[in-house]
Design a protein around this ligand. Structure first.
Ligand SMILES: *[C@@H]1O[C@H](CO)[C@@H](O)[C@H](O)[C@H]1NC(C)=O
Ligand SMILES: *[C@@H]1O[C@H](CO)[C@@H](O)[C@H](O)[C@H]1NC(C)=O
Ligand SMILES: *[C@@H]1O[C@H](CO)[C@@H](O)[C@H](O)[C@H]1NC(C)=O
Ligand SMILES: *[C@@H]1O[C@H](CO)[C@@H](O)[C@H](O)[C@H]1NC(C)=O
Ligand SMILES: *[C@@H]1O[C@H](CO)[C@@H](O)[C@H](O)[C@H]1NC(C)=O
Ligand SMILES: *[C@@H]1O[C@H](CO)[C@@H](O)[C@H](O)[C@H]1NC(C)=O
Ligand SMILES: *[C@@H]1O[C@H](CO)[C@@H](O)[C@H](O)[C@H]1NC(C)=O
Ligand SMILES: *[C@@H]1O[C@H](CO)[C@@H](O)[C@H](O)[C@H]1NC(C)=O
Ligand SMILES: *[C@@H]1O[C@H](CO)[C@@H](O)[C@H](O)[C@H]1NC(C)=O
Ligand SMILES: [Cu+2]
Length: 543
């Protein structure tokens, strides 16, 4: 039986405690690197990924059943929601230009909840209704019902899918999404997705009620643990309410082949935590941020905000008889009781019973910001317009409303959704004004071709800002307010999530070439639920 089939049927679960994380690809029918390159002569260097993606005609079908379940990934028993009984959810794989088709069956009962899945970072060009945000592009999928999503793998690299219904993804509904495409840096072995996730023991819905509640001591929940690919140990002596808990639940394990270059696909699927990723004794070569290949640069510690991805290459130049810690540490600007996630990398002759004795790198980077924009040069250069047609300035704030609840606002307006009135459907019917619903936070940019967003954050919290449907040019970011300077104006960083520093700003810009209603929001689950969210209507570029 193939590995993919084993994973699908869940038979691997029993064996996985001892097993190493398998390498990619899992493809049953073809190895995209060995057999063919369905993207033809397109390279990371010669092809504009936004306008020249291939169409292979190949369909990758997945069947996702979403149900409640009980798991104990760190030893602490917890009720969650799962895709096909797996935590994290199954890996979606496709080649650049393939069509991904996912049949989602909502079987969430006891109690019932709606759901909807978002395919993070894909452009959805020509298919804006497949983006998966309830109240914007669709109604929630009701319990007992199914929905087929079908969309093109229009960018390539590393990403994830997650529920966009309430904060359900914090309750377990997420998984990796890998799209194979041209290489912009050389490597031998694809070690696959490495999901970094802060982990909360209470139910997500109880946390949301506290975060948006009236008790200020509960506005910022502290995570209990930090997981790598859904695993970490927990100190069960800390459990005081009698919940079953088992010490030494086990860590994720990876295997390095000496002398080979390994690609690691880091994904920050946290609710709140900024993660600092490193491997003891090894350098990291950063080759992509989000879905954007970049000119490789070397570092020891990578910072990822929620929703961000970074692909790194690691050369296995350690001792063949040693094992090394892989670490992801939640930074001091996030709230946690246990910041350190660990996994183990084994060389072939390392003892499988002794723990590594390696020591961590000293992290000298800014605790609460991405690497400087000057480090990043996109592989395919694009120069954005210097005179955008539309400029939208938005100030972020938090406040206590008249009933004492804690909310977030963008330009003085806290977003509140109406699941029964998806904005894309209204826009398709020609209706883009909702005088009685200012809380829908809609910014209609008409047919203007370039849109600049200046976001000011006077609050003492970092916000990973995510835009759907586009890669943003990140023109500037920093503390304080913008002085008008653009970093790397000829070829600025592009990505789909950018950290907005506390008491700081970001300036981002898009080419409005993808008609749709596109969410722009903070990816911290608690903040987006509290209203830190706007919708941008893009009608299609005219100039
Ligand atoms: C586990 O937690 C208990 C209770 O706080 C503490 O006394 C103990 O030192 C902890 N054990 C470890 C290994 O951290
Ligand atoms: C994930 O993002 C959160 C929020 O921005 C951040 O606190 C955390 O450190 C990030 N994790 C990694 C591994 O980058
Ligand atoms: C990491 O990179 C630095 C700078 O390029 C180099 O001096 C050092 O030897 C490298 N260390 C390892 C373990 O590869
Ligand atoms: C690995 O080999 C080196 C010498 O090559 C030795 O110094 C080291 O102690 C060995 N490590 C282990 C865990 O046996
Ligand atoms: C479109 O661009 C023009 C020219 O910059 C500007 O005056 C107008 O306000 C913009 N319209 C919208 C809806 O943003
Ligand atoms: C305050 O916010 C909460 C949570 O969104 C909401 O339930 C409540 O109705 C709001 N109060 C007022 C007066 O609008
Ligand atoms: C947001 O508020 C600021 C300050 O009141 C104002 O300058 C800006 O134009 C507003 N932005 C939008 C998009 O309404
Ligand atoms: C923000 O909203 C509040 C309440 O709706 C209002 O009193 C205040 O004038 C608004 N401030 C601005 C700058 O629009
Ligand atoms: C547009 O939709 C809103 C919300 O459903 C509704 O209140 C409004 O009457 C609609 N406008 C038109 C012109 O149909
Ligand atoms: Cu935020």
């Amino acid at each position: 039986m193939s590995l993919a089939l084993l994973l699908q049927t869940g038979l691997i679960a029993a064996a996985s405690a001892a097993a190493f994380t398998p390498t990619l690809p899992f493809f049953l029918d073809q190895n995209p690197f060995a057999n063919n390159f369905p993207w033809g002569g397109r390279t990371a260097h010669n092809t504009n990924p936004y306008t020249q993606s291939p169409t292979t005609g190949q369909v990758r079908s997945y069947d996702f059943t979403i149900k409640r379940g009980t798991i104990a990934p760190d030893g602490y028993q917890k009720d969650v929601m799962l895709v096909n009984g797996q935590f994290p959810g199954p890996t979606i794989e496709a080649n650049w230009g393939d069509t991904i088709q996912v049949n989602v069956h909502n079987e969430i009962i006891g109690p019932e909840e709606g759901t909807a899945l978002h395919w993070h970072g894909l452009l959805q060009t020509g298919s804006p209704w497949e983006d998966g945000v309830p109240a914007v592009q669709q109604c929630p999928i009701p319990p007992g019902e199914s929905l087929q999503y079908s969309f093109k793998a229009d960018l390539y690299g590393t990403s994830w899918y997650h529920s966009h219904y309430s904060a359900q993804y914090v309750g377990g509904l997420f998984g990796p999404m890998i799209i194979y495409g041209p290489k912009n840096a050389d490597y031998d072995i694809d070690l696959g997705p490495i999901l970094l996730t802060d982990y909360f023991h209470p139910q997500y819905y109880d946390l949301i009620q506290e975060v948006m509640g009236t008790d200020p001591t509960k506005f910022t929940p502290r995570s209990e643990n930090n997981l790598i690919n859904g695993k970490m140990d927990y100190n069960c002596s800390l459990v005081t309410d009698g919940t079953p808990c088992q010490n030494n639940a086990g860590l994720s394990k990876f295997q390095f082949t000496p002398g080979k270059k390994h690609r690691l696909r880091l994904i920050n699927a946290s609710a709140e935590g900024i993660q600092k990723f490193s491997i003891d004794g090894h350098n990291l070569t950063v080759m992509a941020n989000d879905f954007v290949p970049i000119q490789p640069y070397q570092t020891q510690v990578v910072t990822l905000g929620v929703g961000q991805r970074t692909d790194v290459i690691v050369e296995a130049n350690g001792l063949v008889n040693e094992s090394y810690w892989m670490r992801s540490t939640i930074s001091t600007c996030s709230a946690t009781n246990q910041p350190d996630a660990l996994a183990i990398i084994y060389y072939p002759r390392a003892s499988k019973t002794l723990k590594p004795t390696s020591t961590a790198w000293v992290d000298t980077a800014n605790e609460c910001a991405n690497d400087p924009l000057t480090s990043t040069t996109p592989f395919f250069p694009i120069t954005p317009a210097s005179d955008p047609a539309t400029t939208i300035t938005i100030d972020i704030g938090s406040y206590i409303n008249a009933t004492g609840h804690h909310l977030w606002k963008m330009n003085n307006s806290s977003f509140r959704a109406d699941y029964n009135a998806p904005l894309l459907l209204l826009a398709k019917a020609g209706n883009t004004s909702y005088p009685n619903s200012p809380e829908w936070n809609v910014y209609n940019t008409g047919s203007n071709g370039t849109i600049r967003l200046i976001v000011n954050n006077p609050t003492p919290a970092v916000h990973p800002m995510h835009l759907h449907g586009h890669n943003m040019y990140v023109l500037a970011e920093g503390p304080g307010t913008w002085d008008g300077t653009v970093t790397n104006p000829q070829n600025p960083q592009r990505r789909d999530v950018q950290l907005l520093q506390k008491e700081g700003y970001i300036v981002v810009q898009i080419d409005a070439d993808n008609p749709g209603v596109w969410p722009f929001h903070c990816h911290i689950a608690w903040h987006v639920s509290g209203g830190l969210y706007v919708n941008i209507i893009v009608s299609g570029a005219e100039g």
